[in-house]
Design a protein. Structure first.
Length: 580
């Protein structure tokens, strides 16, 4: 325990006991009233110290301690009426409990105000409290009739700051009206806070919101009936209402912030749920146990030094006003991270217990996520290989067209010029040149066929439709094209469709003994569907080199290929290739 918390722990009981004994000794309260009234103050201080220790990152515990002290401090001026120090301290703290209470409720559960409106309300509350304190300290004397709301006390000392006694009743009435308006605005903000919070946050905030509503209504009624300076010491009925308003705050806060009932049962249910066969997703089980449907799970992969989601994609868990990150395991080697509603921080024990209970399941989930991440990388690698292969095909086709093919054409022109100069006959040279020209044209045709097979220029320049029609015209088996997209598709998708059809038609020509082929290419959402069917003998082997290479190209783009080839019933190939 820190020195400050220890000092407050000792000062709280001392203050409450001191003013309680003084009140009984001066016949202000009965012993029962003193125990009830200052026991409520001490309860606020004690619960505040517990919350402060268990949740040091939250300021709520500190504010609750201040709330308890703010209730007891003003009574120093009544109990220790002959002390100028006690009179000064009591008058200075006369209404400070009002803004402290507002700050406690509006900033709950973090202890930090989230909006300018809330900060404005709290600043206004402290300003009004300062106005009351200045009136008391400068212009009121307990020796004068009705000073400070009490009858005259000739044995009382004046505060050290007393200047001169004035009738400030009118100013105080104005401050009473202002503080009533402030209390109404506080209620409006409290209702709005309940409406905009999530279900889990509402469960935590609701008890203190109820207490805040009770206290605010009690204060508004007090000002309307008695004024802000009601002497609850002599008004016995109102005394018990004030005690109730003091006690309801620490009790409700303990119910909301320190509530742990059902946590063990929830964790036990989680363990049983994770042991079921088949196992449930860890994220769903944790979300149900913690009561946060929006919970997200990020798994740590040590080899990649990064968090990934269930699909294996990298994520960067970051905290914000709407979402909070809780890392499970040591910071240097975490197991996972939970991205959840900030309200779950108010049930830290349940959060930690659920994470510990799910540790083994999270280890298995992490291994699966690692495998999925590797699979994602393999798919990307395959796609990069296919893209690199297509680029190399285009380069070879371009080099053949612009290089060797152009040289052969130039050679053909040279042969024609030579034949023209030799003229007819030419000692038989003309026949040799004609034969050479024929061989040259055959070589050009073969070179064009090779270039088309490497990567067809028509596909790059005109698109998939003309390229497929060119394949159909060159196919020895008649091909009926039923449909083909008019719009251009992404380059990798067009290349995959083209080479799929090209390889399939080559297999039909070599092995199928078919008389016709039906081809259909159509958009299917964000993918392109290819359907090719022949009337051949069937019985094609999907694991053959041709069909296997065909499937590899499609699957490299995260597509799918289905081949149905029953003996005697022809072969049907259907593929879907993503266009994204």
């Amino acid at each position: 325990m820190s020195a400050l918390r220890l000092a407050l722990l000792l000062a709280g009981p001392a203050l409450c006991a001191g003013v309680g004994l003084g009140a009984v000794d001066h016949d202000r309260l009965t012993p029962i009233q003193a125990v009830a009234g200052y026991g409520a103050d001490f309860a606020a201080i004690a619960v505040g110290l517990i919350v402060w220790r268990r949740r040091p990152e939250s300021r709520t515990g500190i504010l609750l301690v201040l709330f308890g002290f703010a209730f007891a401090l003003p009574d120093l001026r009544i109990v220790f009426h002959g002390s100028p120090a006690a009179q000064t301290a009591g008058m200075a703290a006369i209404e400070v409990v009002v803004p402290v209470f507002g700050l406690l409720v509006l900033s709950y559960p973090t202890g930090r105000l989230a909006s300018r409106v809330d900060r404005g309300l709290v600043v206004a509350g402290f300003s009004l409290a300062a106005g009351y304190a200045l009136l008391e300290l400068l212009f009121l004397s307990p020796r004068e009739p009705h000073a400070g709301g009490y009858t005259e006390c000739f044995e009382c000392a004046d505060p050290w700051t007393h200047v001169k006694t004035y009738d400030v009743l009118g100013i105080r009435d104005g401050l009473d009206v202002a503080i009533s308006v402030l209390a109404l605005l506080f209620l409006v903000r409290l209702v709005r806070k309940l409406l905009v919070t999530t279900r889990r946050q509402r469960e935590v905030v609701l008890p203190l919101a109820f207490a805040g509503t009770f206290v605010a209504v009690e204060f508004i009624v007090q000002i309307s009936v008695f004024g802000a300076q009601v002497d609850s010491w002599t008004n016995r009925a109102w005394f018990w209402i004030v005690v109730a308003s003091t006690l309801v705050v620490p009790l409700s806060l303990a119910a909301g912030l320190l509530w742990g009932r059902g946590a063990r049962a929830a964790v036990a249910d989680l363990v049983l749920e994770l042991e079921r066969t088949p196992p449930v997703p860890v994220r769903d089980a944790l979300a149900r146990t913690l009561g946060d449907p929006s919970l997200e799970l990020a798994l740590w992969l040590p080899e990649q030094r990064a968090f990934v989601d269930g699909a294996g994609d990298r994520v960067d868990p970051t905290s914000s006003a709407e979402r909070t990150v809780t890392v499970l395991g040591p910071n240097d080697s975490p197991l996972a991270a939970l991205i959840h509603d900030p309200a779950l921080l108010e049930r830290r024990a349940l959060l930690d217990s659920a994470g510990a209970a799910a540790r083994l399941a999270l280890e298995n989930e992490r291994l699966q996520a690692e495998l999925r991440a590797q699979l994602v990388e393999i798919r990307r690698s395959r796609a990069r290989i296919v893209e690199a292969g297509d680029q190399e095909r285009r380069r070879l086709e371009r080099d053949l067209h612009d290089g060797a093919q152009q040289r052969l054409l130039s050679l053909g022109l040279a042969l024609q010029l030579a034949r023209a100069r030799l003229g007819a006959g030419g000692n038989g040279a003309d026949d040799l040149l004609a034969e050479a020209d024929g061989e040259l044209r055959a070589a050009l045709d073969e070179l064009r066929e090779l270039a088309q097979g490497i990567h067809p220029a028509v596909l790059t320049e005109q698109g998939l439709g003309p390229a497929l029609r060119t394949l159909a015209e060159r196919s020895p088996v008649p091909v009926r094209i039923e449909s083909v997209p008019d719009e251009r598709l992404p380059g990798p998708a067009e290349a995959a469709v083209y080479f799929l059809v090209s390889e399939a038609l080559a297999n039909v020509a070599k092995h199928a003994q078919a008389t016709s082929v039906r081809l259909r290419v159509a958009q299917a959402g964000s993918a392109v569907a290819v359907e090719l069917e022949d009337d051949g003998v069937g019985g094609a082997n999907p694991d053959g080199s041709g069909l296997r290479g065909l499937a590899d190209r499609v699957q490299a783009l995260d597509g799918t290929v289905a081949i149905v080839s029953e003996p005697g019933a022809g072969t049907r190939i259907r593929a879907e290739i993503p266009c994204a």
